[in-house]
Design a protein around this ligand. Structure first.
Ligand code: GLV
Length: 335
């Protein structure tokens, strides 16, 4: 039998490519930038499998034209860039990489929380760009004041794997944990003393609000003007989920008018963020380039997991991290 072909949309760890090449003819897009949509489309028409990233738009138009395509293996836990419903109808398997990025993302969320609460980036700039020097102040009792976390309320929006881990770490900081999620998480409630809240109460009560939801039709712009207005003036908003969960224009207004105290953002409605974007002008906003899962260990595990899903499929097995379970009824796994 002819070996199936896979198009890998970016350079990933060689270990993953080595594994893939045991089962597939592998073509890698080796530029730093994502392949343009037209390229993606023409590759999708030629191959049996795609190995994708969240920057690749895999819409129904592309999937419908990809007559040989049987599986899209995404190297990410989120897959809002893929039209999964359409893939399912067409009998195309979609997989993701859950679990392996929980620690890295939770740790980075904490890096952002601490950076915003204790003004770490601002402090660095203060020293680096000579303001401290110019002020000739040395230690000053009123300089760079931030907020303490112990005893404050950490609000988790989306208590899945990542949200739960962020909550656990919050407990270690002596914070009170409240959350809003699609469903109640009794185990976390028991373990951390976390309390469930309506979205409105979560917004009203949180000192730190950390977003850990997937992006869906229901969660797009879930946090807009009226939600931001419910938050405390002293609150810090942290987003390591997806940019579009927050209405960016509303957030800029909230920061400008002081409805909240600060924000720490790893994700944006448009990525990369334009350096001229109003968000970059605020001292009380910490920015990162969608890098929460970016540790060597995690990115290697993600790369391997996506490859392993493709290998399982090539062996005629249901891939371990199948997103669209109903696809099995439409088509058997394998080429
Ligand atoms: C990163 O944002 C991911 O979804 O894995």
């Amino acid at each position: 039998m002819k070996r199936p072909r896979v198009f890998v949309t970016r350079e990933v760890f060689p270990e993953a490519l080595d594994l893939l090449s045991k089962y597939y003819d592998v073509e890698v897009w080796d530029k730093y930038q994502p392949p343009p949509y037209e390229t993606l489309l023409s590759k999708a028409r030629e191959v049996d499998a795609l190995y994708t990233l969240l920057t690749d738009r895999i819409d129904c138009d592309l999937l419908s034209q990809a007559s040989r395509l049987r599986i899209v293996a995404q190297m990410a836990v989120g897959f809002d860039n893929i039209d999964v419903e359409c893939a399912t109808k067409l009998g195309i398997y979609v997989t993701n990489t859950p679990g392996v990025l929980t620690e890295a993302t939770a740790e980075f969320t904490w890096a952002l929380i601490l950076a915003a609460a204790r003004r770490v980036v601002e402090a660095d700039h203060f020293v680096r760009w000579g303001e401290w020097w110019r002020l000739r102040t040395g230690w000053h009792p009123m300089m760079m004041l931030g907020v303490e976390l112990r005893g404050k309320t950490l609000g988790i929006l989306g208590m899945g794997r990542i949200g739960s881990r962020v909550a656990e770490i919050g407990k270690a900081f002596g914070m009170r944990i409240i959350y809003h999620s699609r469903s109640r998480k009794r185990e976390i409630e028991k373990k951390l003393g976390a309390e469930y809240r309506s979205l409105e109460d979560l917004l009203r009560e949180s000192d730190i609000l950390s977003i850990h939801l997937p992006l869906t039709d229901e969660t797009r712009h879930l946090i807009g003007e009226s939600e931001l207005k419910l938050m405390k003036k002293t609150a810090i908003l942290v987003n390591t989920g997806r940019g579009a969960i927050v209405d960016t224009e509303a957030l800029v207004k909230a920061l400008r008018e002081g409805w909240i105290a600060a924000a720490a953002l790893d994700v944006f409605e448009e990525e990369p963020l334009n350096p001229n974007h109003p968000l970059t002008a605020f001292k009380n906003v910490v920015l990162a380039p969608h890098a929460a899962s970016a540790t060597r260990e995690t990115r290697l595990r993600m790369a391997m997991m996506a490859a392993e899903n493709l290998v399982a499929f090539a062996q005629g097995k249901v891939p371990p991290n199948l997103v669209n379970r109903e696809v099995v009824k439409v088509r058997q796994p394998g080429f």
